[in-house]
Ligand binder design. Structure first.
Ligand SMILES: NC(=O)c1ccc[n+]([C@@H]2O[C@H](COP(=O)([O-])OP(=O)(O)OC[C@H]3O[C@@H](n4cnc5c(N)ncnc54)[C@H](O)[C@@H]3O)[C@@H](O)[C@H]2O)c1
Ligand SMILES: [Zn+2]
Length: 356
């Protein structure tokens, strides 16, 4: 299936969604929501799609802490009680937690029923709903269990973002910035030209960002090579996210940590490859303007490095593997900057806050 052809938006999207729904038995429609999308997004969906007459609503608690086997069990049970069949359809209406859990529940229920994603966060629209990765966490291990399964379609309706808290928008924006940096100088300039992450929550910008992920995933569906470019900013970002979760009362969001990772890994890109000083300065200034300052004390750098080594995605146990950029729009992967340069990049992040 060509992913680009299965993504719909705007008015055409609402029509296409109604068409898809009407192909199913009215009693065969199930809608997965969390408590927030139940409150803010479900009424919009039901108003726009009057053809949904008898859907069974499956409501689970929100948040990463609920991306668990218990939630999956609840969904399977509700599908069973509702007499869902392989010919039924699950609509996953929510952020990345709902698209990850819903996709996994649907892909495994009776060996697979159809599902569509209707992402309601920026992060899910440009990232989580695209690419066919589904799954849940197991204890403290993120995305430990899951399958690759493609939704029948993905629908991007930016009106859902009206109720999304600003901090959530900012978190998704970090992925938009990553997509622009790996895509092209034009994309990066246009995104910065919008002047703020809140202005970037518009359909054209979101679709352009989603298209970057679609293009990469289509070239490498099983993550053997080029899909690794999507990891730019994430080797250091994930370590900072994990550190913050462990140590802070109000931990950084994924995107806030990735934004720091983007600065550090851009610095590494400038030292190892051709990323020019002008672009490095632009990236740093933009993140500094829109994301809050996070203190990385000199004494915590060893722990951050240990966390990077701990993340199996990053290492063959001897060297840390990075996805970087040769320049804006020219990503490279399987690069090994070495500990010294990683330490310097964290110092660079701290130093830019000292410049007035
Ligand atoms: N499958 C993939 O390829 C992939 C890629 C990136 C991230 N992910 C996963 O995505 C998850 C993070 O996604 P997320 O940031 O969307 O988190 P999320 O799904 O937890 O949503 C964030 C919060 O916003 C609320 N919310 C959602 N839509 C809303 C709306 N329109 N109005 C008001 N509130 C709303 C949710 O209830 C939740 O409290 C992680 O579990 C991550 O692993 C998956
Ligand atoms: Zn990410």
């Amino acid at each position: 299936m060509e992913l680009s052809k299965s993504l719909y938006s705007g008015k055409k999207g609402w029509l296409r969604l109604q068409e898809i729904i009407s192909d199913y038995n009215p009693s065969g429609i199930y809608i997965l929501v969390d408590e927030n999308t139940f409150k803010y997004c479900l009424p919009v969906l039901l108003e726009k799609c009057a053809c949904i007459t008898e859907a069974c609503i499956i409501n689970i608690p929100s948040g990463e802490a609920n991306k668990t086997v218990a939630s999956i069990e609840k969904i399977w049970q509700m599908l069973t009680v509702g007499k869902a069949m392989r010919s039924s359809l699950l609509l996953c209406l929510g952020g990345g937690v709902i698209t990850d859990i819903g996709g996994f529940a649907a892909a495994t229920f009776k060996r697979g029923m159809d599902f569509v994603h209707i992402p309601t966060t920026v992060l899910a629209m440009v990232d989580a709903a695209i690419g066919g990765k589904t799954g849940i966490n197991l204890d403290s291990l993120k995305n430990q269990v899951g399958v690759f399964a493609q939704p029948k379609s993905v629908f991007v309706f930016t009106e859902f973002l009206e109720t999304l808290p600003e901090r959530q928008k900012l978190s998704g924006y970090a992925e938009m910035l990553k997509h622009a940096l790996t895509d092209s100088q034009d994309h990066f300039a246009d995104l910065l030209g919008l002047n703020s992450p809140m202005n970037a929550c518009i359909e054209t910008a979101i679709l352009r960002s989603a298209a970057v992920k679609i293009e990469v995933v289509e070239q490498d569906p099983s993550e053997g090579g080029i899909r690794k470019v999507l990891n730019f900013g994430h080797t250091i970002g994930h370590a900072i996210e994990a550190f913050s979760q462990k140590n802070d009362t109000d931990p950084l969001s994924h995107g806030e940590a990735v934004a720091i990772g983007l600065i550090c890994e851009s610095y590494i890109s400038s030292k190892m490859f051709g990323l020019d000083r002008n672009n490095l300065a632009k990236i740093s200034a933009h993140v500094k303007l829109h994301f809050k300052h996070y203190t990385i004390a000199a004494g915590t750098v060893d722990e951050l490095l240990a966390l990077m080594f701990h993340d199996k995605k990053n290492t063959d146990n001897t060297q840390l593997n990075f996805s970087l950029i040769n320049n804006v729009g020219n990503p490279v992967w399987d690069k090994f900057p070495g500990e010294n340069l990683i330490r310097k990049s964290l110092k660079y992040y701290m130093d830019i806050w000292k410049v007035i």
